[in-house]
Design a protein around this ligand. Sequence first.
Ligand SMILES: *[C@@H]1O[C@H](CO)[C@@H](O)[C@H](O)[C@H]1NC(C)=O
Ligand SMILES: *[C@@H]1O[C@H](CO)[C@@H](O)[C@H](O)[C@H]1NC(C)=O
Length: 334
Amino acid sequence: MMRCSRVWLSNASALLATFGPFDIVQSAAHSGVVEVQMNSRNNKLNLLDDSFVRNLPLAMAFLNEDLNSTARVAILVGGDDRPFSAGLDIKSAMKTFFKDVSSVDKAKVAVSTALGVSTKIRDGGEGMPAMRNQEMHRVIREFQDSISSVARCRVPVIAAINSHCLGGAISLATACDFRFCTSDSKFCVKEVKIGINPDIGTLQRLYPLVGQGRARELTFSARNFSAADAKSYGLVEEVFADKESMLTAARASAVEIASNSPLAVQGAKHVMNVPSERAVQESLDYVRLWNSAFIKSNDLVSFGTAFATKSEPQFTDFVVDSTSPPIAPTKRQV
Ligand SMILES: *[C@@H]1O[C@H](CO)[C@@H](O)[C@H](O)[C@H]1NC(C)=O
Ligand SMILES: *[C@@H]1O[C@H](CO)[C@@H](O)[C@H](O)[C@H]1NC(C)=O
């Protein structure tokens, strides 16, 4: 209970459990309302690092496996004065991307050295990439399943967003059932600025909320956008002046949800998930293969170098075979 003093508590609330960065707190307002407070132990920005990714599904499983159905609705929020999340932990991601570099890949070694991450140079790392690429496939699945655990949680999850909601945090926010934010929130679908095709849910769960055109505009430009923009696009439902008023509204909404039939509410979520999450999974499986093959690019090396040396990356790689599966083969191609 010692931790209660440092988590965001309105009044008397009970800490039910802790999984890595996630403190699960039962609200005093209604026993069925729980807050999943994000308090990364490794940084102040709730970055999606290994601990975050590994523990998020455990926190969601706790809500799923609570057989007495104490938890009827969850609010996902940055603890204390923390932001929602600033997205991928670039340093630890670079470590994953470059951990199996071959001794001939001097550029990658240089990036890793500049970033101060340890690089394991494997004997024979310059051989055929099948085994190394499968390791990437596994890592991407871990990230995808982590984010999907929120979308597929038995109980509704309300995102309460303040300050940063960047990159991978967009996938986390869009995996929630609906979203409130503060007026100071900053959003960005940042991945293409670092040379990565978003692969943990943004491409799948953003466009149903904001439309294909807006989703593409935000993804391709990777530009910053405001809380007011997010509201007008349909990414968030409501904007509040500050975190306290946002949480007050999120708690009121949660109390209303928690006072309804859990069977009916959870059934409604489950049924609404069926068509969307089936399509999401199919697309996640596709992008996982795509990125397993193509994520280790010159562009990513260029970004890594630029990140380490605070310079501008030079992007040059491109897609060679642009035939995508939904396009029926023409006679000539057959
Ligand atoms: C459910 O609640 C009952 C009565 O409070 C308790 O005895 C039981 O252990 C609880 N079961 C679980 C799975 O928490
Ligand atoms: C976008 O926002 C980030 C921080 O949230 C900032 O560092 C960056 O300079 C902004 N980009 C532009 C073009 O304003």
